[in-house]
Design a binder for this molecule. Structure first.
Ligand SMILES: Cc1cc2nc3c(=O)[nH]c(=O)nc-3n(C[C@H](O)[C@H](O)[C@H](O)COP(=O)(O)OP(=O)(O)OC[C@H]3O[C@@H](n4cnc5c(N)ncnc54)[C@H](O)[C@@H]3O)c2cc1C
Length: 415
């Protein structure tokens, strides 16, 4: 039997490097010792995991993808993803919101460097990102990533409706973001918006990625957050009304987010680690429960029934499928991937997001009625895992759509 709470990805088998191994270990320890016990309250009351964020800061995890030379932990894309999966195993809402924060450093860091900018643009970018990194390392600043608006912008189909009117020293931003995780809790909202042009319609190439201080005049949080799952993410609506944003607030130079979305598509795979963790959590729960070893439940064994053994086998097979394709995709994430790699990334997102919930469903069926009581973590895992397929820009439906189309049509072909 695999010991419960062993690493999801074993160092030797998956050939993890030293940093990846130590980050995953530290994340798992944080999860076991701190996050697991707090997860119930965040979910039940739909409150933001503030205490977890204090721990993430203390352990340096807010700067996981910031280079060591600038005070961070220096993780790459895969190192971050592996640690995030371990955190998702213990608290989905913490892992998902932490992803929004980390992306503000991953996209401005490793991804931006891969896009190769002209020297002057690179120097200006270096200066600006250092300012953001310093805030994170020295002050514990938290960045969020609101891009959804309810229209086609978040799916990459149209320019963002939130707009930025250029002024001499910056921009005046107006617009609305829905499902903005960390609303009311982030120090900076890293929004995507479209820069207005004086004489012509703006396009997706005019997308700006700006860090707006939560306290800036004209920024407000609206509505309530009382969803089915991921309740601790506090993803309310953000309103920007004539918000002045100075030039140095740009997280990436104009057009570079658009370029990254085209040339570094695995950037959208960063929502998946949370759900790899949730899938593993459903398995951890099931094994403990069927062995009669789940804390605070009667020590009744159910593992001797063949039906239970078969379902656990089915869950393990699904988990190994998730792990294999996911590990391949996070290992091959890079600038300008091949069409096969892009298709595999969509397949990975689909497999993880749908698969995590399927595993949670099987867990409930096989553990039975007493296991789905609200007081136990499986009920939360079941609800949290349902949310993965809904996350734009790579919802499960969009992944299917793109895999199907690119399999049947060559570039430019039409019927
Ligand atoms: C827990 C949680 C946290 C979130 N946190 C954030 C966050 O921090 N920041 C953020 O920006 N967003 C966040 N989101 C929002 C998320 O990305 C979606 O925008 C949100 O779920 C609304 O989606 P919708 O299904 O209503 O979208 P709609 O735009 O109504 O789309 C409905 C469905 O239609 C399909 N669809 C849409 N456009 C296309 C297209 N062009 N081609 C083919 N199919 C399409 C998709 O499958 C989509 O699911 C979060 C969502 C959840 C559930």
């Amino acid at each position: 039997m695999q010991n419960i709470d062993e690493p999801i990805f074993e160092t030797k088998a998956f050939k993890l490097n030293k940093l990846e191994e130590s980050l995953s270990k530290k994340a798992r320890e944080l999860g076991i010792k701190k996050f697991a016990n707090r997860a119930f309250k965040y979910d039940d009351d739909a409150v933001f995991p503030i205490e977890n964020y204090k721990d993430l800061y203390k352990e340096g995890f807010l700067g996981i993808c910031i280079p060591k030379s600038q005070g961070g932990l220096g993780a790459g894309f895969r190192g971050y993803a592996l640690a995030a999966a371990e955190i998702g195993r213990y608290c989905g809402a913490t892992a998902l919101t932490w992803n929004m924060h980390v992306c503000s450093t991953l996209w401005t860091g490793i991804l931006a460097d891969d896009l190769k900018m002209p020297k002057k643009m690179q120097e200006t970018h270096n200066k600006k990102r250092s300012m953001h990194y310093k805030r994170i390392i020295k002050e514990g600043a938290i960045y969020s990533q609101p891009f959804s608006e309810g229209g086609g912008g978040a799916a990459g189909a149209t320019p963002f409706l939130t707009n930025a009117q250029p002024t001499k020293n910056g921009w005046i931003v107006n617009g609305k973001k829905i499902f903005a995780s960390l609303s009311g809790h982030a120090s900076y909202y890293g929004i995507l918006c479209t820069e207005k042009k004086p004489d012509e319609l703006s396009s997706q190439k005019d997308t700006l990625y700006l860090a707006i201080p939560a306290e800036a005049e004209g920024v407000s949080v609206q509505g309530e957050w009382n969803p089915l799952g991921m309740r601790g993410t506090i993803s309310k609506t953000l309103i920007f009304k004539d918000v002045f944003v100075p030039k140095n607030s740009a997280l990436m130079p104009k057009g570079k987010y658009y370029e990254a979305a085209k040339r570094w598509p695995h950037m959208f795979l960063t929502l998946s680690p949370t759900y790899v963790g949730l899938a593993q959590a459903a398995i951890d729960f099931t094994i403990k429960y069927l062995r009669g070893e789940l804390p605070n439940t009667p020590p009744i064994k159910r593992r001797m029934y063949a039906t239970k053994q078969l379902t656990v086998a089915e869950m393990q097979i699904q988990m190994e499928n998730i792990k294999t394709i996911w590990f391949q995709s996070i290992s091959e994430a890079r600038v300008d991937p091949s069409p096969q790699q892009i298709k595999r990334a969509y397949a990975t997102q689909y497999t993880v997001m749908e698969g995590a919930h399927k595993i949670a469903q099987l867990a409930i069926r096989t553990c039975g009625g007493q296991a789905m009581l609200k007081s136990l973590s499986l009920e939360r895992i079941f609800r949290d895992s349902r949310c993965g397929s809904l996350m734009l820009p790579w919802t499960a439906e969009i992944c299917l759509d793109r895999i199907g189309k690119t399999s049947l049509y060559n570039f430019g072909e039409k019927d």
